[in-house]
Design a protein around this ligand. Sequence first.
Ligand code: C5P
Length: 232
Amino acid sequence: MTTSVIIPAAGSGTRLGEDRPKAFVDVGGVSILSRTVASVLAADCLDLDRIIVVVPDHLIDPVTDDLRIAPCEVVVVPGGAERTDSVRAGAEHVTGEFVLVHDAARPFTPPAVFDRVVAALRAGHPVVVPGLPVVDTLKRVDEHGRIGATVDRSVLRAIQTPQGFHADALVTAYGNTVSAPDSAVGANTTDDAALAERAGLPVYLVDGDPDAFKITTPWDLRLARAMAQGWD
Ligand code: C5P
């Protein structure tokens, strides 16, 4: 089964506080995006059809140039204001039976996570997400900082990427937003599986991996740079 991988990399990275879009921040001499593309190429389980990289408008040419030596077809397209807009832009270029959507901001995702997602897709699950148990105690809090209740963490998972879709399931998930790009449908959605859930598709969980963490904060960047130096 051939696979397209959409890598949304068009976020500004406001929470990281660096001087450039997050995916283009340096980690050990290489951009976060380059590391993520390399991790996709290292996932032997993928019968890769093409990689679709979604970037800020002004970075299309340099990214196309950087990725020209990749051993598969690479399509570079401009992203949108929200992550959902960027993934939708990438989804227009999908080919093959399976689609993985994988955050550029998760450069250390191990091949085993790709393996588990693809194995579940091959087993027939239309939508597959990797996730981890939540380790901290979770509490509801109101706008005044008052604790309301403690949430049962045993039924919760922290969801990562790559998120896998049979190609028709991705179309179903994004159907509403494709036909109405300016609508609020899909707004405030932080992952793609949430759109699949809203469309009534079953979403299957496989084990994630702590190394597949998303670089979001300055602390995450320090961790990533330490990992790039061989600390792990
Ligand atoms: O903001 P967050 O870290 O959750 O973004 C996850 C991924 O989505 C990142 O790789 C980021 O570059 C991408 N993104 C995007 N377009 C946006 C916002 C985020 O491609 N408008």
